[in-house]
Design a binder for this molecule. Structure first.
Ligand code: ATP
Length: 308
């Protein structure tokens, strides 16, 4: 799988330091780190996606998919105005992108952080109708179509519905405006098969009829061979592959997309294991021992019972 991003990118692919104005999404020489004391998660990262693409974003857990989508959604300031461009505007600086609805991001579930309990689902007593109809300036026929497509009962109370039902309302609200670029982070994971397939079909129409561009990060590949147009594969923050699905040789020789990605992930894991075998295990230092002795997750800690 060692094909590099540079050799695997399609013609519409990365444009080096010059952003290509014809792309919906253009990332040039991006560098990003959560912690300035650590090596960057993304270093000299380039990605260009053409309008109308339905791009699957794949990679192992922790490879950087969600981070990349959040950066594209303008949630992290990265570099100058020319580094991360969406619809030829700066994803972070041009707030009009999100305000106008041209750039939409759907990720994570509706939640709030509560002290030591962490993320808990939104508990407010709102009806689905209150939430959906609370969004102003929406085309009523688009709203009706989405409510119907997602099979939403407007009487649902948000604090009493299932995860999948809550997710349907969240997705509906995220799609109310006719976006030009849509970033999806594993949002279909709670949906049943019918809802997921209907939604994917809706996205296909949106890209084909309106030229919208979609990036969809997922670990579920069911039925996506015929749906996606492009595939981006990330390993440890590096774009290892970017290809048009129709041009992928592996798809001709493998049973399906799942097998192809599984092979890439397995070879990645093997390389990682080999690397780890070579590295001697470091004995704990006085500092790390001191740090771990204060951890509530150490079995000797009396606080552990609180987390069980
Ligand atoms: N808020 C954060 N602060 C510090 N590091 C983070 C933060 N969020 C993610 N990371 C780290 O960045 C790396 C990439 O995480 P990210 O969530 O982007 O991966 P992912 O590919 O979306 O993973 P998954 O498939 O599990 O959802 C991981 O090593 C993770 O530990």
């Amino acid at each position: 799988m060692a094909e590099s991003a540079a050799s695997a990118t399609p013609p519409a692919g990365r444009g080096g330091l010059e952003n290509d104005k014809s792309n919906s999404i253009s990332v040039s020489a991006m560098q990003f780190s959560y912690d300035s004391n650590q090596a960057p998660l993304f270093f000299d990262f380039n990605l260009d996606i053409a309008p109308g693409s339905r791009c699957l974003l794949t990679g192992a857990n922790g490879s950087g998919k969600s981070t990349l989508l959040r950066i594209l959604a303008g949630k992290h300031m990265v570099g100058g105005k020319d580094v991360v461009r969406v619809l030829n505007s700066s994803a972070f600086h041009d707030t009009q992108l999100v305000c106008s609805g041209d750039l939409a991001y759907l990720g994570g579930s509706w939640s709030k952080t509560v002290g030591s309990a962490g993320e808990v689902p939104l508990q407010g007593d709102f009806s689905a109708e209150h939430m959906i109809f609370g969004v102003e300036g929406v085309d009523p026929s688009r709203r009706e179509k989405l409510i119907d497509l997602l099979d939403i009962d407007l009487r649902w109370r948000m604090h009493k519905v299932s995860d999948g039902q809550r997710r349907r309302v969240q997705i509906c609200m995220g799609l109310l405006y006719p976006y030009k670029v849509l970033l999806l982070d594993e949002v279909t994971v709670d949906l049943d098969v019918v809802a997921r397939m209907d939604l994917l079909e809706f996205f296909r129409e949106e890209t084909e009829q309106r030229g919208a561009t979609l990036i969809y990060a997922t670990h579920i590949f069911d039925g996506l061979e015929a749906w996606a147009t492009d595939l981006a594969y990330i390993q440890d923050g590096e774009l290892k592959r970017y290809a048009k699905l129709v041009e992928m040789d592996e798809l001709r020789t493998s049973a399906n997309l799942l097998t192809v990605v599984e092979n890439w992930l397995r070879s990645e894991t093997k390389q990682e294991k080999k690397k780890k075998k070579k590295e001697p295990i470091k004995p704990p230092t006085a500092q790390t021992q001191k740090a771990s002795s204060g951890s509530p997750f150490m079995s000797s800690s009396r606080h552990m019972a609180y987390y069980r």
